[in-house]
Design a protein around this ligand. Sequence first.
Ligand code: LR7
Ligand code: MN
Length: 581
Amino acid sequence: SDCTKEIIVPCPSSVSTDKYSTISERNVQLHPKIIIDKINYRKEILSNNQNITETAKRSIALKWWEGDSGATNPANWQGEAGRAVVIPNELKEEAKKRFAENQFNIIASDLMALNRSVRDQRSAKCLAHKFPSNLPSTSIIIVFHNEGNSTLLRTLTSIILRSPIKYIHEIIMVDDASISREYLKDPLEAFSKSLPVPVQILRNTDRLGLMKSRLRGAEIATGETLTFLDAHVECSAGWLEYLLYEVKKDRTAVVCPIIDVINDTDFAYLTGSDMTWGGFNWRLNFRWYPVPQREEVRRNGDHSLPLLSPTMAGGLFTINREYFYEIGAYDPGMEVWGGENLEMSFRVWQCGGKVLIHPCSHVGHVFRKQTPYTFPGGTGNVIYHNNKRLVEVWLDKYKDFVYATMPELKRVDAGDVSERLALRERLKCKDFQWYLQNIYPESSMPVDFHHVGALKNEVHGCIDSLGLNNDNGANQYAGILPCQNQRISQILAYSKKGELRVDDLCMEGSANIAIKFQKCLLGNQKQMWNYNNQTRNMKHVTSGKCMTADKTKTSGQLILASCETGDNANQRWYFDQPLLT
Ligand code: LR7
Ligand code: MN
């Protein structure tokens, strides 16, 4: 499924949500101000919107708010209860043509009501949680660059529909220099004035990127907490209270909802898994990984309690406003997109806070496979620049893993990081080893390691992972190829536990089959190897056999064979650097 690919999509939960299929929003009492203003702003948006087709306009006009539907049953509207939208034949061509505008199907979004219902995602246990009546207020900050119209308006609508208004101190939008999308100008102002909460829209004259735009929004915020959201989300029932309550109990908690998946082509709303948490790989991509058993044990198996997550996706979270600044806000040296979520995760954990995912709070997000917008300076350069900053400030010796797999990163200019280093000093933050040991021992970066680099056979060359895709690469044979300096597929780590790792895959030996890469599993003895500095043998712990190069095979050229005490060069292995002790 999509959730294991290079694109950043979390695994949908396998749990059936049929029991939540009632359309509860239909009974929500609308704030009187919405009712008065709805017709006005609807008209304005439609008349100002050149980009919406006539069919879609009619559909929006019809379905804007409940009560406008005449005789039709709202339960049958497109997309209701989070169902997939069915694009009518006459709109298919246009839907296809316009996909690239936003990298999602804006026609599908236009065909749904702005207040389309999504299922209540809360379990019975979640529903039983009680909240004090004085939760902290929040300033919701939404930054956007060239966003779709109906997706942005639905983001706002879902906030109003599904949050207690009294906790929404304000909504602050920051338009990050969007270009030529008229609906983001006056119509958006008009729409926001019709909402029953204060809304401010800041406009950047130059593109600042999402981090600096968020900083700009946060600067004028006055709520007790800040809640950041992307501009194409749908909040589900109860999403906000759980987040606010955790921050109230612990002002150093940075709390994320479960991010549900809104499909980019049909806008189906799919429940995100509560059995994954945030991690990262050697290339510093944010990744969802299965929640380990120890975290289940810590929560006594109660899935209505927050997870302590090593990292966060970055888009959606609540944080105490003062704490946001105490802990260093965002790195203003980061540009456009990327890296700030890991930077903030490491910083929060290392400097005394915590990152939580609250499984009772669900917010849907339109996951797209590509960004629709440009990266001034070039996508690669920008992301590398951001990543290099976080590597240089937070990763200590573990930067070896990153630089070994991304040698280009060494040459990238990170700019001046001295202020971020001073922050780390000032906050007396713990080091990355502490983080790996205490917060993320399951990380693909082993806490203790002997080596990151190549492993060479005396005669045949270097172990090569043969272009594994680390996310789906399990069950592939390890290969052996001529050694090539800095060849990424020849980088592996030898951990002090005895794993031979390539990111989150480990070399695994089994009886009668060649050595393969499999998902690393702490404590899987078949993934343990013992290197002997004298004989240069690499002994497989469970079988007692030796790693042996067998070039007579066409694939699976690394096998397990009885260790020969004599002079079998096929069983002699050398690391390309001295082992760390
Ligand atoms: O230059 C820009 N200026 C902006 O204002 C670039 C982007 N943006 C806005 C954009 O309009 C959107 O509202 O910033 C927001 C995030 O950008 P997206 O939605 O294009 O990217 P994304 O969904 O892949 O973003 C994820 O990763 C980012 C890394 O920098 C941020 O952390 C986003 O907040 C984050 N989104 C989520 O975590 C939602 C779940 C995705 C996952 C996993
Ligand atoms: Mn997004």
